[in-house]
Design a protein around this ligand. Structure first.
Ligand SMILES: [Zn+2]
Length: 191
């Protein structure tokens, strides 16, 4: 007997065990309600001002209203990886397809929409308590989830000043990977 993909056990079981989904909302909001979602998003003050934090939109599901906190994804679409596990024990990796990230209460996750992808943990992170999400387009852009910045940021820090830089270079003087501002010539023989 063949089991239809939408009835996949993993799909049916896992997401309701958690309270919050963090990731691109386009993977979990039903396609038929996506334009409604975008209308609410565009109406947020933060979105108008093109800020990093768009704001919290009110989303009604089965007669109840929930808060969905929306943020920009710096640089648009990308996959944000973290040295962090979510509450399912999965390494956090947040693919982005609609240029944003959101904290979505699990009651707002549309099972049909999500099950196209097999499992919610492939689409983002799941938590039992409301996570803290911050993003910014400043300093090359970063995403911070529960106090941990994304790997692109965290793996590219100057050994001297601790600042983030995408173009770290090995410096003989310090014997370390440093940013352009910290880089120094080795002391010349005349000195
Ligand atoms: Zn530096």
């Amino acid at each position: 007997m063949s089991i239809p993909s939408y009835a996949d056990r993993e799909t049916q079981v896992d997401y309701k065990d958690y309270e919050f989904y963090v990731g691109d909302p386009c993977y979990v909001i039903a396609d038929r309600r996506w334009s409604e979602f975008c209308d609410k998003l565009f109406a947020l003050d933060g979105f108008k001002k093109n800020e990093d934090y768009y704001g919290t939109l009110k989303w009604e599901v089965n007669g109840r209203t929930y808060d969905i906190e929306c943020h920009t994804s710096p640089g648009g679409d990308n996959t944000w990886d973290f040295h962090l596990n979510d509450d399912s024990g999965t390494k956090v990796s947040l693919p982005v397809d609609a240029g944003m990230l959101a904290i979505v209460p699990m009651e707002c996750v549309c099972p049909e929409q999500m099950s196209r992808y097999g499992s919610i943990t492939r689409l983002g992170a799941v938590f039992n308590t409301e996570p803290i999400l911050e993003t910014t387009n400043h300093s090359c852009g970063w995403v911070e989830l529960n106090g941990v910045r994304d790997r692109e940021y965290a793996d590219n820090l100057c050994d001297e000043c601790g600042e983030h830089d995408f173009h770290l270079e090995h410096c003989e003087y310090y014997g370390a990977m440093v940013c352009w501002g910290c880089w120094q010539e080795e002391e010349s023989e005349e000195e």
